[in-house]
Write a protein of this length. Sequence first.
Length: 197
Amino acid sequence: MIGLEKIISRIEADGEQECGALLSDARRRADEIRAEYARTAAHVREEGEKELAAELSRMEKSRRDLMQMDCRRALLEAKQALMEETFRGAHQALSTLNDARRETLFAAIAGRAQLPDRTGELILSETDRKTVGAAVAKQLPQLCLSDQTRDIEGLILRYGPLEVDCTFETILEELRHRLSTEIAALLFDGEDDDGDA
């Protein structure tokens, strides 16, 4: 039996040795897998954090760009409102001139707008015809004061079928159009790319 016991003992020893080797190999392999998992998890976490940081940066830039656009739009609206108010104020100032200044203004407007070497008519509102019409026509011998009146602020020069509109509304609109570049430069210069003055 001793021979059988030796064989069994040897088989058990070989089995324990082989089990130990398998167990050691399994532990080593498990450690490698855990290490690989830790590296992969760290890499995934690092990449995720980078992607999150990039997305947060994009969102912040987008929000900042939207806010800057809103600020520029609000500033532009305020400046346009200021320009509108300025032209309304100019129209109001022209409408409330006293007779002496109105006469001077009408004579200057008609003098610049009249067609050379042509006689024409000066058309005014009923009130302006009564108050300053004769004095303005006297200063401009090529224009006679028309019997016709219109509900206007300013004047109209008529040369037969041709009329030259010199109403305050038209003059201010043409002035706004002609000076729009200069007005924009005055109102909008000094802004940087962010819309800040």
